[in-house]
Design a protein around this ligand. Sequence first.
Ligand code: KG4
Ligand code: ZN
Length: 370
Amino acid sequence: MLQDGTMRDFLVLGVESSCDDTAAAVVLSRRDGTKAILSNVTLAQYDRHAAFGGVVPEIAARAHVERIDGIIAHAIETSGHTYEDLDAIAATAGPGLIGGVMVGLTAAKAVALAHSKPLVPVNHLEGHALSARMTEDAAFPYLLLLISGGHTQLIEVSGVGAYRRLGTTIDDAAGEAFDKSAKLLGLGQPGGPTIEAAAKEGRADRFAFPKPLARREGCDFSLSGMKTALRLEAEAISSPTARDVADLAASFQAAIAAHLADRTVRAMELVETTGAARTLVVAGGVAANGAIRSKLEALTRDRGWRLVVPPAKYCTDNGAMIAWAGIERLRVGLAPSFEEALAFAPRARWPLAEPLAGREHGGGKKGPKA
Ligand code: KG4
Ligand code: ZN
C-alpha cells in the first residue's frame, strides 16, 4: 500500500472495459488539490452490435481483446508521459460483462507487472460515483443519481468507500428503456439521443404514461412498464406518421423524466433528515438528456439543493473516472497490496453498497449487475 497519500502527486492510468466501450486515460492529481485529465481515449462498439439490437457479450469481449493494447498505448502517448512516470494503474474489476472486465483487468495487470507499478482494482460504479470530484468541485457528502444503460441507482456518497444505496431499478435501467423504446419506434441506436432528437418536435402531453411504484414506499425505480405503455400506444395507431413518433417520443421521455425526478425527491427527503449536504450529482449516459436535466434542475432549485452534472464524456463510461477512483483510493490508503491486486478476480456482480433494508434486485440489460 502506498503511504502518505495526501502529500504527493499521483499520475494514474485508468482502464475501462466493462461494457461496450474500450477506454483508457491518464489522470494527474497534484498535492495542491489541482487535477488534470492528460488523455482520455474511448472506442465505442456500436457498429459491432448494431445488427443484434443490444450488446452481445461475446462480441464485446472479442472487440476489447483486439483494441485494449492499442487504446492503452494511445492514452499513454497522448498524455505526454511514459509508463515509467506512472504512480499506479487502475482498472475496472467489475461489475459488468465478465469477458470484457477480464480483458481490461488482465491488460492492466500485465502493465503493472511489466513496469513494477501498483495496481488498483476499481468498482465501475465507484468510478461513476466519484467522477464528479474529478471534473467539478464536489465535496462529500452528496446524493448520486446514476442513470446509464446498465444501472439506475440512487446512492448516498459520504466518502471514498462509504456508500449507502437508497434505490435501484427493479427491472430495466433508464438507458435500456430508451434503447429498447427507440428500437420499437424505428429510431436508431443508442436510443437516448435518437428519442431526444425525435421528442424535440413532439408534444409531451399527448399520451399518458403510468406512474410506476407510486404507492410503494422507497426510492426504487421501475422502467419496463414505460416501454410496454409506449408499445401499446404505438400499436393503437394504424400507420404512425413522423408527428405521431415525435409525440410518442416526447411523452415517453417526459414520463421517464418524471419518474426519475419523483424517486430522486424521495431520496432527497431521506438525505435531508440526516442533515447531510444538499448536493445532487448525476452521472451515467442518460444524464446527457436535456429534458431529464431540466427536470432535475427545477427540483434541486425548488428545494435549495445544488445540482452537479459532469461533462457528458465523463458521465458515460470512460477511463478517466477509473483512474480518478484509483487516485481517490490511493489518497486515503484504501488500495490493496500488489499481491492482493494481482490476485483480484474480475467480478460480474459487485454491489457498491448494500441496499437499505436488505432488499436486493436485479435489473439492467447486461443482467443484474449490482
Ligand atoms: O453510461 P453509458 O455510456 O454506458 C453504460 O451503460 O454504462 O450510458 C449509455 C446509455 C445508453 O442507454 C444511451 O441510450 C443513454 O445512455 N443515453 C441517453 C442519452 N445519451 C445517451 N439517454 C437519454 N438521452 C440522451 N441524450
Ligand atoms: Zn457505466
